[in-house]
Ligand binder design. Structure first.
Ligand SMILES: C[S@@+](CC[C@H](N)C(=O)[O-])C[C@H]1O[C@@H](n2cnc3c(N)ncnc32)[C@H](O)[C@@H]1O
Length: 293
C-alpha cells in the first residue's frame, strides 16, 4: 500500500483492498477485503459499516496488510483467517482440509429430508471423507436423534474434524475413524440408515480445468477421485450396498463433469436412483440412491 498523508480509515482500507483484489483477479474482492478486515479487528463483518471512519491501531494494520498480501498471491481467505461458514455454522479450517463449499450444503439438506422418513432412533449415519467434518456436524446439529461415524483417510484432516466436533459440542454424537472409505469402520459395525459423502471426484485427466489456487492450496487427497474422477465413487457405491439397511440411502456429491458416469454406476449397482439434485447454479450436483426395502 502506498504511503499517504491521508489516514487509513476502515473505509479507505476497504476501498483500496477491493481495487487491489480486483486487479489481481479475485471474483469476490469486496467480500474478501471485508472478511480479512473484520478478522483483523476481531469484529463481525457487518460492524465495519458502522465504523468506516475509524483508524485501526498500527498492529492491526500490520496484520491486515500481511493477510492482504497473502490473499493477493492467491491464498484462499478461509485458510488465512482459519475458519469458514457452512450451513450457518463456523468451522475451523487448515490447509489439511478442503474449504467447505456451499454446494455441499445440498448433501446436508438431502440427509435431513431423508431422516424425516425414518422412525428408528437413533438414526445411524456414516459420513465418508469427512474433512473438516462440516457435513457430519451440520447433520448432527439438525438431526438430534442421529449418531454419526465419520471417516477420512487423512489423519491430519481428522485432527481438524475432531476439533470442530469439540467446538460444536457434538463429540457424543459424532465419532471419527481413520482409513479408506468404509473400511475405516471397526469390524462388526452395524448397518446404517444413511451414508453421506462429498468424495474426491475430480479426474486426473481434467487437472487442466481445475483453478490454479485450488490445486496450489487445497489438499490433493481431497480433490482427485482417480484418473476419471469416479474411481472412489465406484468403490463407495460398492461398499455402501452392504452397509446400508434395507431402504437406506446413499447421498453423495459429485459434479456435472462426472454426473452421467455416476448415474451409470448406480444403474449397474443393486441400488436404485431416488433423486438427482441440482445446486443453486442449476448444476447437477447430488445423487440420492436407495437400497431396496
Ligand atoms: C472433497 S473432500 C470433502 C471434505 C468434507 N466432507 C467437505 O465436504 O468439505 C474429500 C475428503 O475425502 C478424504 N478422502 C480421500 N480419499 C479417501 C478415502 N479413500 N477414504 C476416506 N477418505 C478419503 C479426503 O482426505 C478429504 O477430506
Amino acid at each position: 500500500m502506498a504511503e499517504a498523508t491521508e489516514q487509513w480509515t476502515l473505509k479507505r482500507l476497504l476501498d483500496w483492498t477491493n481495487d487491489y483484489f480486483e486487479k489481481v483477479g479475485s471474483e469476490s474482492s469486496r467480500l474478501d477485503a471485508e472478511v480479512l478486515l473484520a478478522e483483523a479487528l476481531q469484529c463481525q463483518r457487518i460492524e465495519l459499516y458502522t465504523r468506516f471512519e475509524e483508524v485501526p491501531p498500527a498492529e492491526t494494520l500490520t496484520e491486515y496488510r500481511a493477510w492482504v498480501k497473502r490473499r493477493g498471491a492467491g491464498e484462499p481467505v478461509a485458510y488465512i483467517v482459519g475458519h469458514k461458514e457452512f450451513y450457518s455454522i463456523n468451522f475451523d479450517v487448515t490447509p489439511n482440509v478442503l474449504i467447505p463449499r456451499p454446494e455441499t450444503e445440498h448433501v446436508v439438506v438431502a440427509a435431513i429430508e431423508a431422516a424425516k422418513t425414518i422412525d428408528d432412533c437413533p438414526i445411524r449415519i456414516i459420513d465418508v471423507g469427512t474433512g473438516s467434518a462440516c457435513v457430519a456436524i451440520a447433520i448432527a446439529k439438525h438431526i438430534e436423534s442421529s449418531i454419526i461415524a465419520a471417516t477420512d483417510i487423512s489423519t491430519e484432516a481428522l485432527e481438524v474434524a475432531r476439533a470442530n466436533a469439540a467446538k460444536h459440542e457434538v463429540t457424543q454424537q459424532v465419532r471419527f475413524f481413520t482409513g479408506d472409505l468404509l473400511d475405516a469402520l471397526p469390524d462388526g459395525s452395524k448397518p446404517v440408515h444413511l451414508i453421506v459423502s462429498n468424495p474426491p471426484y475430480i479426474g486426473r485427466d481434467e487437472i487442466d480445468t481445475v483453478e490454479e489456487t485450488v490445486l496450489k492450496y487445497e489438499p490433493e487427497m481431497a480433490l482427485f477421485g482417480g484418473e476419471q474422477g469416479t474411481e472412489i465413487i465406484q468403490r463407495l457405491v460398492d461398499q455402501s450396498v452392504d452397509m446400508l439397511l434395507p431402504g437406506g440411502k446413499l447421498i453423495f456429491e459429485n459434479s456435472p463433469d462426472v454426473f452421467d458416469q455416476c448415474l451409470e454406476i448406480i444403474e449397474n449397482s443393486p441400488l436404485t436412483l431416488a433423486e438427482s439434485i441440482k445446486d443453486f447454479a442449476g448444476l447437477r450436483r447430488v445423487i440420492v440412491a436407495e437400497k431396496q426395502a
